[in-house]
Design a protein. Sequence first.
Length: 164
Amino acid sequence: MIKYAEIRTAMVSGLWDHMDIPIILANHNSPKPDYPFGRYTFTTPQQGFYPRGGVYSVEDEGEMLDYKRKDEGRMVLSLTFCSEDSTEAHEKALQASEWFAWKGYFYLKEKGIIIVRVEAMTNRDTLIVDDYERRIGFDVQIRVDSDSMKEIESIEEVEINEGE
């Protein structure tokens, strides 16, 4: 199973390398970098699932049985690109969107992360004191394998007492 930290690192470092601008965690207290920069947050860290919807398998390991469940985990990543200039914010959002559609798609696929859908871009401008910070953003739906395993003791013999 791919861990959240691996997903975050792959997406953020891939975007940062492609765009050559900082991509920072949204809603934190660290100082804001110089413009332009991107912000990310996982708005949906785990979408719902059907408990019996996964694929189950059992492997015999001698005294123990490995009971495995394989499913697809889905997440939604929200990206916002910030600038003092609306054109620059829009260009950075377009650059990121194109990355997910082509180079990023294959880069992330190699790491077990599948891009399901890139949503429409929206204006996310905000007023900061007396001036606006120009923001354009979009969401990305991703899919990763979600595996879980439980070891259970195998039953070698069963005694049947007749008449009891």
